[in-house]
Ligand binder design. Structure first.
Ligand SMILES: *[C@@H]1O[C@H](CO)[C@@H](O)[C@H](O)[C@H]1NC(C)=O
Ligand SMILES: *[C@@H]1O[C@H](CO)[C@@H](O)[C@H](O)[C@H]1NC(C)=O
Ligand SMILES: *[C@@H]1O[C@H](CO)[C@@H](O)[C@H](O)[C@H]1NC(C)=O
Ligand SMILES: *[C@@H]1O[C@H](CO)[C@@H](O)[C@H](O)[C@H]1NC(C)=O
Ligand SMILES: *[C@@H]1O[C@H](CO)[C@@H](O)[C@H](O)[C@H]1NC(C)=O
Length: 394
């Protein structure tokens, strides 16, 4: 037997083992600050880069025409289109959908085809998009990681497809974004999406903080990775060197909540609370809006911090997620390398906080369904402080 064939067989055996263990590792590639994973789809297989999005549920990528100019592309990255007719394993499933996101819109028919990633092979439904306004996305589409209850066009999410097939060792996925959060130069960085397990033992220093996930909509259902928020506070050093703390407490009212969304590039705070949020860290939001205050990256330091207190259990009323100022530094504001993006944006909806990448990139996160069937789900989301060697570089 030729050596090449022997190696191929050994690789195939390893892939089998990975699948049998029910844990699928998908390395993360950063392109222009977007976290992407790749899947191989169809027969013959073609590789597609998909943006990780815990804030939506559909998996989609562009079709051939959309990739070749029918859809706007200002991303500076190549796009690979998928053609269901060119794949011997692809089929239309007779549905289609138009999906509205906060930042764009897509539309296309629903299809089913073979997916391969991390040594596993499975049949996956997704939208084969012929219209997309996501001109800036440096890849082919999205991998939606919110709940299947909000998937579009009769498709199912990747995690819940694998869960329903009994292909995952545990009903969860873990996410480590990596040390390099800007661009990994066309290769995977050190971040990974782990389907069917989580790697706290490797990445996390200390205990995980688990937040309960709440239901949404009518009838009530798990839709997003959303947790009830009881209060927030910020603290900084006042002129006299004393620590000054301020915040808002919805004590017992369950009036606020936060959605954890890797598809959002900011932390958005309701407009009613955003001035107080800035005051709490010693900054003036009006001065930022009027460009009198261009935040320098040196102003993002550990002398200030923000604490989001989510609902806990019987023994612990609050479960806190804490960020220090240095962790919130994202350079590039006002086209300057020494200026950093204002840490909070103003949102419209009262009581609605959106926690995007500036928060999520700082933690090891675990998205746990807590059961293998939708009727058995008791979902929670876990946050772990990264060990020193895994902390992102600014
Ligand atoms: C981020 O990556 C882009 C390429 O996508 C590069 O042009 C830019 O200089 C990088 N910025 C930093 C701060 O490294
Ligand atoms: C998308 O645009 C970039 C240039 O901005 C180009 O390099 C790339 O080839 C385009 N992708 C496709 C599939 O045309
Ligand atoms: C995918 O579905 C086809 C048709 O139903 C079936 O023949 C094939 O075995 C399935 N493949 C996997 C990996 O489940
Ligand atoms: C999918 O298509 C079938 C047949 O047209 C229809 O009955 C069903 O409601 C559609 N499902 C979704 C979720 O769009
Ligand atoms: C830390 O940041 C604050 C602004 O948030 C700034 O006033 C202070 O000078 C900074 N401290 C250091 C040591 O850079």
């Amino acid at each position: 037997m030729a050596p090449a064939t022997r190696y191929a067989l050994a690789a195939a055996a390893l892939a089998q083992a990975a699948t049998a263990a029910g844990v699928i590792e998908m390395p993360i590639t950063f392109r222009n600050t977007y976290a992407m994973v790749s899947v191989e789809a169809g027969t013959p297989a073609e590789e597609h880069f998909l943006r990780l999005d815990t804030g939506s549920a559909s998996t989609w990528f562009v079709d051939k025409k959309c990739a070749q100019g029918a859809c706007d592309n200002y991303s500076g990255s190549p796009r690979v289109g998928y053609d269901v007719d060119a794949s011997s394993t692809g089929e239309q499933i007779g549905n289609s959908s138009t999906v509205d996101y906060l930042g764009g819109q897509i539309a296309g028919p629903s299809v089913r085809d073979t997916f391969r990633a991390g040594g596993a092979t499975w049949n996956q439904t997704f939208l084969n998009v012929d219209e997309s306004s996501f001109a800036q996305i440096p890849g082919d589409g999205f991998l939606g990681l919110a709940f299947d209850s909000i998937s579009d066009g009769a498709t199912h999410t990747v995690p819940e497809t694998l869960l329903a097939e009994g292909a995952l060792a545990q009903p969860r996925f873990g996410l480590y974004m990596g040390t390099e959060l800007n661009d990994t130069n066309g290769r995977p960085g050190d971040g990974a999406l782990t389907l069917g397990g989580s790697r706290e033992d490797k990445y996390v220093d200390g205990e995980m903080t688990w937040l309960p996930v709440m239901k949404d909509g009518t009838p009530r259902d798990y839709q997003l990775w959303r947790a009830p928020l009881l209060k927030f506070s910020g603290s900084h050093q006042g002129a006299d060197g004393q620590t000054v703390s301020r915040g808002r407490d919805w004590e017992g009212d369950f009036k606020a909540s936060g959605v954890f969304d890797t598809g959002a590039g900011s932390i958005s705070v309701p407009s009613l609370d955003v001035y107080l949020m800035y005051q709490s860290i010693g900054w003036d939001f009006a001065a930022i809006l009027s460009h009198e205050h261009i935040p320098l990256c040196t102003e993002f330091n550990a002398t200030w911090s923000v604490t989001f207190s989510f609902a806990g259990g019987p023994g612990d009323k609050y479960r806190d997620v804490v960020l220090t100022g240095d962790q919130l530094a994202v350079p590039g504001f006002a086209n300057r390398d020494d200026a950093c993006w204002p840490p909070f944006e103003s949102g419209n909806q009262d009581g609605f906080f959106l926690f995007g990448t500036p928060l999520l990139n700082q933690f090891y996160t675990v998205y746990d369904f807590g059961g293998s069937k939708p009727e058995e789900y008791t979902p929670r989301i876990g946050f772990g402080q990264l060990k020193k060697e895994f902390k992102p570089r600014i």
